[in-house]
Design a protein around this ligand. Structure first.
Ligand code: NAP
Ligand code: ZN
Ligand code: ZN
Length: 348
């Protein structure tokens, strides 16, 4: 076994604290990665604090992982020691169902194996995430990190990047379309950069006026303060597509009202409690409300290559792992520009 160090939550109420644990020795198709950087996703906080229910402890969160390959199994073909590598939200899936065969492992019909807060396919071993110094993953779930991307800034692409890229592609956002991004956090700011690179007219909806200048700098054409009824009314009926990344309770009907006929709101944010929907918000104008979860492995690689081509990485604040609990509190206050990334040097 490989001895690993990290930070873990022991239960829903305990702060994250140093934790020693074991990873498996790399098997024939496994890649062992020395983790250099790991992004801090709001999903880490939701799960560490059991806001979605069913959390498994001890839990080492983290699914925006980049690092360097230190060792590979005998049958590994894509990687060799010294390569840069990334791991996102999944480390395995059944690989035989229809979704897996289509490259949609995130929708694996037998359930994909999440990077942490899950059990390996043996149904017993807990998976542990990227707030740690090492990880061992089957090469089929390891991504290649393009060399021209800043490594720390690339980490958040593994979740925030793919989670926003996938719906923009699936709903075929294209040049000239006017699209909305709700919530300028880790996901939202990536949504803005990616949609802009795809040629869309991007309107950011932020619940305060504090992020206006940043939103424009990040690539938005317009910013709407969603708590201002006049600003919202001026947007009614003007959108084909709105990506909602909000992590907390909010009125989803307010955004359905901004759609044109046949327009679509896609939820990627995952608030703790249900969001009530008025029937009339949907049926007046034949509008659609969809959800989207992360992205498949092939599409994640496509997104990384797209980012390399367009020079896109996340805007980050680099923190030592010792500041993770403080970072969670700041995340809850929206006080992050625009993703915390843990420098794993701080663990060594
Ligand atoms: P984040 O950085 O904390 O950003 C969330 C944003 O939501 C905030 O920046 C804020 O934007 C807005 N917001 C927060 N509280 C609000 C409130 N009370 N009212 C209105 N707006 C509020 O979080 P993140 O890491 O981007 O994650 C966002 C959500 O996506 C989380 O729920 C996360 O679990 C989920 N997620 C889902 C997937 C998936 O596969 N679907 C993947 C990753 C994450 P403004 O200040 O601009 O309003
Ligand atoms: Zn995430
Ligand atoms: Zn499957």
């Amino acid at each position: 076994m490989i001895s690993a160090r990290g930070y873990a939550a022991q239960n829903a109420k305990s702060p994250l604290a140093p934790f020693q644990f074991e990873r498996r020795e790399p098997g024939a198709r496994d890649v062992q990665i020395e983790i250099l950087f790991c992004g801090v996703c709001h999903s880490d906080l939701h799960q560490a604090r059991n806001e979605w229910g069913g959390s498994l402890y001890p839990m080492v969160p983290g699914h925006e992982i980049v690092g360097r390959v230190v060792r590979v199994g005998a049958e590994v073909q894509k990687f060799k020691a010294g390569d840069l590598a990334g791991v996102g939200c999944m480390v395995d899936s059944c690989r035989t169902c229809g979704s897996c065969k289509e490259g949609l492992e995130q929708y694996c019909e037998a359930g994909s194996t999440l990077t942490y807060n899950a059990k390996e396919r043996d149904g017993q071993t807990l998976t542990q995430g990227g707030y740690s110094d090492a990880i061992v993953v089957d090469e089929a779930f390891v991504l290649k990190i393009p060399a021209n991307l800043d490594l720390a800034g690339a980490a958040p692409l593994l979740c925030a990047g793919i989670t926003t890229y996938s719906p923009l592609r699936h709903w075929k956002v294209k040049p000239g379309q006017r699209i909305g991004v709700v919530g300028l956090g880790g996901l939202g700011h990536m949504g803005v950069k990616l949609a802009r690179a795809m040629g869309a007219q991007v309107v950011v909806f932020s619940h305060t006026d504090r992020k206006k200048q940043d939103a424009l700098r990040l690539g938005a054409h317009e910013v709407v303060v969603s708590s201002n009824p006049d600003e919202m009314a001026a947007q009614a009926g003007r959108f084909d597509f709105i990506l909602d990344t909000v992590s907390a309770q909010h009125d989803i009907n307010a955004y359905l009202n901004l759609l044109r006929r046949d327009g679509t709101v896609v939820l990627v944010g995952a608030p703790e409690k249900p969001l009530p929907v008025n029937a009339f918000s949907l049926l007046a104008g034949r509008k659609g409300l969809f959800g989207s979860g992360i992205g498949g492995i092939q599409e994640t690689q496509e997104m990384l290559d797209f980012c390399a081509q367009h020079g896109i990485v996340s805007d980050i604040e680099l923190i030592p792992i010792q500041q993770i609990n403080e970072a969670y509190e700041r995340l809850l206050k929206g006080d992050v520009k625009y993703r915390f990334v843990i420098d794993m040097k701080s663990l060594r």
